[in-house]
Design a protein around this ligand. Structure first.
Ligand code: BJ8
Length: 429
């Protein structure tokens, strides 16, 4: 298994105003959990080494790169949702970093201020800032929130006291008049990026940024397609890890390293060298995002002998399924195309949102899955209610379906394990 360590950078953490003592404990814990969950896997692709390295430097090396960019005057933007157009951050020469929280460790901090009965992802993110236990949160110039769900949009109002927080209005429907509003929001975001970077964004900048983002998304698509083979060449856990790292890593390098891994996976597919027996139940996980280090459900499924072959989620296909037209054009045409690309995202915060039901069924087909596990973070009402329609669609097609709702605490692990084991039995049957 080898020794693995998440590297410590106490001096840098101190300079970022962090609670070093507390963070040090979290660092050690992350290393232990990672070793148990990831390094213990059998027949892991060799080129996962790069992603191991990223995790070992997640609290240091990557933060240093971001701070270097900042020193060069590049804006660093924190985001919480795949609706914020990253292309415009890159076009302004900036760095985009995902700040969604996936850890129980920061939830008690948040609960000193926020209500307990809201989404754990929102609480975890807020708690990281409040407790000064996230080097990324300490490094961003500002954060860009959105009005997708109530928990998020009201949290931004109190988060703004701790870090400058701008909010992008995301409409709740997709009519022509909603598109008009959305386009205005995209234009405002561009203006904001120009303001903080002191740079006027040109059409050529957007074209270049689009190419970078498309390459990154294409590499993620390629990884996902490889998982569809009968002998899945990579575990669901590793694929999820890569999808999580996509929100932190430098995008050009990330795409390059991921393509290198996919070359190895191609080879494995040719050799029929899978990470699980061909008889392992293949599961598509659909629903709310799983932010780093939320590996709970994948761990349970794969420890019980199943294999996760697809994440229909924002930390998953919803992030990379749609590319953008790279053609140079007028600025207006580009912003319009950008708006159209982002409007394709089928988040449950929209009504109606029938395209998501179709998308889940489509991914079920293309991934060669044999069952769908709908994952909903506790108190996420829109995904929770939308699960009704996904279940109905599955019932019609005789697709085995299980809906679970969970938070980040370990308390429900035993109960989930029992339900997941029974579900895998049903899939096998
Ligand atoms: S586009 S899924 S990233 S909003 S899980 S915080 S909705 S209560 S994460 Fe999301 Fe954008 Fe939609 Fe994707 Fe609220 Fe639900 Fe929590 Fe959520």
């Amino acid at each position: 298994m080898g020794t693995f360590e998440v590297k410590a950078y106490p001096e840098m953490w101190k300079s970022l105003g962090m609670n070093v003592e507390r963070f040090e404990k979290m660092r050690v814990m992350l290393g232990d959990v990672y070793t148990k969950a990831f390094l213990s896997q059998k027949n892991r692709p060799q080129r996962m080494d790069y992603f191991n390295h990223i995790i070992s430097e997640i609290h240091g090396g990557r933060v240093m790169e971001i701070l270097d960019a900042k020193k060069q005057g590049k804006p660093v933007v924190g985001t919480f949702c795949v609706f914020v157009p990253e292309e415009l951050v890159l076009a302004a020469g900036g760095v985009c970093v995902g700040l969604c929280g996936g850890s129980q460790g920061s939830v008690p901090d948040a609960e000193t201020v926020l209500p307990r009965n809201i989404c754990p992802m929102v609480k975890s993110a807020y708690g990281f800032k409040l407790g000064k236990i996230c080097p990324y949160f300490q490094s961003v110039d500002f954060v860009y929130g959105e009005t997708t769900c109530d928990a998020k949009k009201k949290t931004w109002e109190v988060l703004d006291r701790l870090v400058p927080t701008h909010v992008m209005e995301i409409p709740q429907m997709k009519r022509e008049r909603d598109r008009v509003l959305w386009l205005e929001e995209v234009k405002d975001f561009k203006k904001k990026m120009e303001e903080v970077s002191g740079k006027t964004i040109t059409s050529a900048d957007i074209t270049k940024a689009t190419t970078v983002m498309n390459e990154k998304r294409k590499a993620l698509q390629r990884l996902n397609a490889l998982r569809a083979h009968a002998s899945a060449p990579i575990s669901g856990k590793d694929a999820l890890l890569i999808e999580q790292i996509a929100f932190y890593d430098e995008p050009v390098r990330f795409a390059e390293k991921l393509n290198a891994l996919c070359d190895e996976l191609d080879q494995r597919v040719r050799e029929g060298n899978g990470v699980a027996p061909k008889t392992a139940p293949r599961i598509l996980v659909s629903g709310t995002p799983m932010a780093l280090p939320n590996w709970k459900v994948h761990n349970l499924i794969e420890n019980a002998g199943g294999i996760v072959v697809n994440e229909e989620s924002c930390i998953g296909t919803r992030y990379f399924k749609d590319l953008m037209d790279e053609k140079n054009g007028s600025m207006d045409a580009q912003l319009s195309a950008l708006t159209d690309r982002y409007m394709k995202i089928d988040c449950s915060c929209f009504t109606p949102n029938t395209e998501r039901v179709d998308q889940v069924l489509k991914e079920y087909q293309t991934s060669g899955a044999q069952g769908i596990l709908h994952y909903c973070l506790q108190f996420c009402h829109t995904y929770n209610i939308e699960a009704i329609k996904i279940k109905e669609a599955c019932d019609k097609k005789n697709i085995p379906f299980l809906a679970i709702e969970s938070d980040y605490s370990p308390e429900d692990t035993g109960q989930l394990q029992t339900r997941i084991e029974a579900f895998l039995e049903q899939v096998r049957g």
